[in-house]
Design a protein around this ligand. Structure first.
Ligand code: IPE
Ligand code: MG
Length: 245
């Protein structure tokens, strides 16, 4: 969700006004994803590198996160949304951690959209952290382990790999988001700044995804033949319709 600061600057507003508006956009995006039948929405709210920002902006973002949890969680729950927070939460204060835990516990049995907020998250941290956790609980794997051994320890272990990655704000980078999970994900970049990202923009991204042919290393001709076996989430997760099969 990039471009909050630039959105505000263009309007001669302080950067934090862009963050505030960004929360509204997130609310709308969650609603739109629910309506479109998206099963998993994962948003990059705060990266491990964002601590380098001016202290007052960091503290504003923390307050905003806390307020969002306080104000929105009951609405998420009413809408059958499951909330998850991934990242290195040790760096957040106790109050924020308590709200995160409460929100996750409250919504744990919900069966609608799973909304994951990545906070103090970094893709490299995730892989390192998972490796450490795996070796701690299964030291016998030290000399030889597989991707499948590691996967249960990754932050997003509960979700299929993402079908579509959207970055707003014009940069064409992954910026240490879900590095492991994005291996085969379709990437979509838009100039639109996050506070201006609306349902039309979301649909444009999904349309672009639907035009693409996901081959997972195979040839086009192979795809025209038999239905592919175990593609995990391929062709099913965005709208529940059939894409590019
Ligand atoms: C993204 O918007 C929001 C967060 C990282 C919290 P930015 O704050 O990066 O906005 P720009 O890139 O400066 O416009
Ligand atoms: Mg930015």
């Amino acid at each position: 969700m990039d471009g909050n600061g630039r959105w505000a600057k263009k309007r001669l507003l302080p950067r934090v006004a862009g963050h505030q508006r960004g929360v509204e956009c997130l609310r709308e995006t969650v609603k739109a994803c629910g309506a479109l039948g998206v099963e998993y929405l994962t948003v990059f709210a705060f990266s491990s590198e964002n601590w380098r920002r001016p202290a007052d902006e960091v503290s504003f973002l923390m307050q905003l996160f806390l307020k969002m949890l306080q104000r929105e969680v009951s609405k998420l729950h009413e809408n059958n949304i499951k909330l998850k927070v991934i990242g290195d939460l040790a760096r957040f204060d106790d109050e924020l951690n308590r709200h995160i835990r409460d929100a996750e516990n409250l919504t744990v049995n919900n069966t609608g959209l799973t909304l994951t907020i990545a906070a103090n998250y970094g893709g490299r941290w995730d892989i390192m952290n998972a490796t450490r956790a795996m070796l701690k609980s299964r030291p016998e794997l030290m000399d030889n382990f597989s991707e499948a051994d590691l996967e249960p320890y990754l932050s997003m272990h509960y979700a299929p790999e993402p079908d579509l990655f959207i970055r707003t704000g014009g940069e064409q980078r992954i910026s240490n988001f879900l590095l492991w999970q994005l291996a085969y994900t379709e990437l979509y970049f838009t100039e639109t700044l996050w506070p201006a990202f609306d349902r039309t923009e979301l649909e444009a991204a999904i349309n672009s995804y639907q035009q693409r042919e996901r081959r997972f290393g195979r040839t086009s001709d192979q795809l025209l033949g038999d239905q592919l076996p175990d593609e995990k989430s391929a062709n099913t997760k965005i709208t529940g319709e059939q894409h590019n099969a």
